[in-house]
Every structure is written in structure tokens, then in C-alpha cells.
Design a protein. Structure first.
Length: 141
């Protein structure tokens, strides 16, 4: 039996600035992800700090949250069998220098911080991140 799983992704400000939204969404659909919901918005530095709270205290925290609040982003709720792991694979390594050919970061990331896309890394983070950006009615099917 197929068990569908949900994950959360952000097309980051660098990728939006590069006009990569369409290409990245096409990659989602070509790779079997169903788009449940999506929206384009800007977040404040404070909201970026809340979203990335797990990284508070790291050397790159201030820079990362400044970057994430530097321009429009696109947030999406995706659904697929094994969605969380499959999206991480499609994204490629955090550092694009290590990203495999055919991944979104290989194609669009500039460096380890400006790396085009975010994807939830587990069940708990997917739940938190989906509920941070989407209301229950937006994800109701
Ligand atoms: P994401 O959480 O955005 O999906 P990830 O799980 O691959 O990416 P994390 O280790 O969770 O990577 O780091 C979160 C984000 O912080 C990275 O995507 C990147 O934008 C930034 N980042 C991570 N490591 C560094 C670093 N050494 N220097 C600058 N920025 C970094
Ligand atoms: Mg992460």
C-alpha cells in the first residue's frame, strides 16, 4: 500500500532572484511530487530566526537569517511517497561544491549559504515547518 508523506520546501531568495522558480517547481513535478499548496511571500529577520531556531548560536545564524529575509521566497507543501528523503536527494548537498549532477543545488546554488532551496530533514521538522507557514485549512484535501 502506498503511504503518502508530506514535506515542506522553500525556494530561497537567491533562486527567486535568478528566475529559477519555474524550473524548480518543474523538477518537483517531474520527480513525482504533488503540490498541495504554495505561496510567495517575504519574511522578517525575526520570522527567519524563529524558523531556523535549531541553528541559533551557530556562526552563520545571523547571516543566514539576514539572507532568508532579504527578498521574496516561495514556500510549498509537497506530497509523495517517501517525500522527505526524496526531496533531500533532489536538492543535493548543502554545499553546492559537493552536490551531485542533476540536483537542484548543483544547478542553482551559488554557495553553501545561498543554496537555492530548503527542505525538511525529518518527520518532526516537516510538521513544524508546514504548520509555521500554512494554516490547517490550506492543507486540507
Ligand atoms: P536547509 O535546512 O536549508 O534545507 P540543509 O539541511 O542542507 O539546508 P543545514 O545544515 O540545516 O543545511 O543549514 C541550514 C542552512 O544554513 C543551509 O541550507 C545554508 O543556507 C545555511 N548554512 C549551513 N551551513 C552553513 C555554513 N557553514 N555557512 C553559511 N551558511 C550555512
Ligand atoms: Mg536543514
Amino acid at each position: 500500500m502506498k503511504t503518502l508523506q508530506r514535506t515542506f520546501t522553500i525556494i530561497k531568495p537567491d533562486a527567486v532572484r535568478k528566475n529559477a522558480i519555474g524550473d524548480i517547481i518543474e523538477q518537483f513535478e517531474k520527480n513525482g511530487f504533488h503540490i498541495l499548496c504554495l505561496k510567495m511571500l517575504e519574511i522578517s529577520k525575526h520570522q527567519a530566526e524563529q524558523f531556523y531556531a535549531v541553528h541559533a548560536g551557530k556562526s552563520f545564524f545571523d547571516s543566514l537569517t539576514g539572507f532568508m529575509s532579504s527578498g521574496p521566497i516561495v514556500v510549498l507543501a509537497l506530497e509523495k511517497e517517501n517525500a522527505i528523503a526524496d526531496l533531500r536527494k533532489l536538492m543535493g548537498a548543502t554545499n553546492p561544491a559537493q552536490a551531485e549532477e542533476g540536483t537542484i543545488r548543483k544547478k542553482w546554488a551559488t554557495n553553501i549559504e545561498h543554496n537555492a532551496i530548503h527542505g525538511s530533514d525529518g518527520d518532526d521538522t516537516a510538521r513544524f515547518e508546514l504548520s509555521y507557514f500554512f494554516a490547517g485549512y490550506e492543507l486540507a484535501q
